[in-house]
Structures are given as C-alpha cells and as structure tokens.
Design a protein. Structure first.
Length: 249
C-alpha cells in the first residue's frame, strides 16, 4: 500500500470477506452480489494503486483493468445485490442475466478498444480521453454508474426510511445511512475527477484525491455494515416490516 487507493483496496477486500461470511450462512443472492461488487472494487482500487506508483502510460493493460472494473462494473454489481432485496425475485434474476451478458460485451470492448497511451501520463487522460468518448466501454461507464448509484443509494435510503418510520432496529437504520453516505462519497470522488477533466484542472494529486474519496466512502460503508446486530443499537420492539430490505442481516 503506497497510496490511498491501496488503502481503499484493503478496506474493500476486508468488507467483501465479511459480507461473504453472511452469504455462506444465509445463501442470499443479495450478499453474493454485494461480495462480487466489493471484490470488483478492491481489484479496481488495486489497479489504481499500482498505476499510480508504476505509471499507467507504461502499463496500458493496467489502465484497461482499472477503467473496466472501477469505472464501469463496481457500482452496478453492488446495485444488483440491492435489487435482490427491493425488487421481485423474477425482476432481479432477469436483471442479473442481462448484466452478465452486458459485462462480457463491455469487457471485450475494454480490451479491444484503442487507447491513447500518451494521455495516460496525466490524470486528465485517465479520467477521460484515453478511450474515445464514443467507445462502448466509455458509454457503459456513464450509464452503469448512473443506474447503479440510483439503485444502490436509493435502495439503502428507502430501507433506512422504512426502519426509521417504524422506530425499530436502530442498527439497520445506521447501516443504511452509512451505506448511502459512503456510496455518495465515492460517487462524489468520481464526479470531482470528471469535472476536473472537463475543465482541465487535473493535477498530479488528482488520483490521490480520488483514492481519498474511495477510502473514506468504503470505510463509512464498512462501519455501517458492521453495526448490524449490535446489541447497543437493537430495539426491544419487534419489527413488523418484512425481512427484505437493505441492511437486513
């Protein structure tokens, strides 16, 4: 770990292991896809960390991995896990099949699309311009992140509001608030990077700023998830809400 992206990778990996244990106990598909999304994020942050220390311009394949996993797939797979909690199972299953098919298509394009290696020497090139704006992988990065953020953040916020309205399960309220806040912090990091690219205000430290957003956001989400089941946050009242919902242990 030589930079903040490395810290974000470690936090995401630890988070994934915790969620994976929940999946092994419950066999719920939501935990399976959350685990996958967190592992994708950990791999993306690792590629970002290596690229920062070794230079993306010298390792174009590393940039392709970073862009595909971090820029396109991470958030959408977390959102798929949330979809299994807030949508009918048939809708979630169809969405999963469609997403898996699109993942294959976008992954092939990410490694087939030409990359302007000269642009990889600057943060602005990394966040926009190395791929053509018309490339399928670049279009998928925009669409997947918008849809993924709306579903993941919206699902967590909705579940938190339901538990808050009932006045029970403070641990689930805290979890959903933290999941929402952490995801918004990470999304803000990428938004700031995109704005810097569009306005030409990228600096050498832009990647480190992104790594800071990622590490902080992941830490907030992790802490929120760990709060589930805390005896200090458990309400003595029994919930009348169905078990399905983001933050249900």
């Amino acid at each position: 770990m030589t930079n903040l992206a490395g810290l974000a990778a470690l936090l995401s990996l630890a988070f994934a292991l915790v969620v994976a244990t929940r999946w092994l106990r419950s066999h719920r598909p939501s935990f399976a896809f959350w685990t996958l999304g967190l592992l994708i994020f950990a791999a993306a942050a690792s590629a970002q960390s290596l690229g920062e220390s070794q230079g993306f311009e010298q390792h174009v394949a590393l940039f392709r991995v970073f862009y595909l996993l971090g820029g396109v797939l991470g958030v959408i797979y977390l959102a798929l896990g949330t979809l299994y909690l807030v949508a009918p199972r048939r809708v979630a299953n169809v969405s999963a099949l469609v997403l898996l098919a699109l993942t294959v298509v976008v992954a092939v394009d990410a490694f087939a699309e030409p990359v302007d290696a000269a642009r990889l020497a600057t943060p602005c090139g990394l966040f926009g311009g190395a791929y053509s704006s018309a490339a399928l992988v670049a279009l998928a990065a925009v669409l997947f992140n918008i849809v993924g953020t709306l579903v993941f953040v919206g699902g967590a916020a909705w579940s938190g509001w339901r538990f808050l309205r009932e006045g029970t399960h403070l641990d689930r309220i805290v979890c959903n608030v933290c999941l929402t806040a952490g995801a918004l912090v990470i999304a803000a990091g990428f938004s700031v990077a995109k704005i810097a690219t569009a306005t030409g205000h990228c600096t050498v430290g832009s990647l480190d700023y992104l790594g800071a957003y990622e590490a902080i956001g992941m830490a907030v989400m992790f802490v929120g998830f760990l709060s589930l089941g805390s005896s200090l946050l458990r309400s003595p009242r029994r919930s009348t809400l169905p078990r399905a919902g983001v933050g249900t242990p």
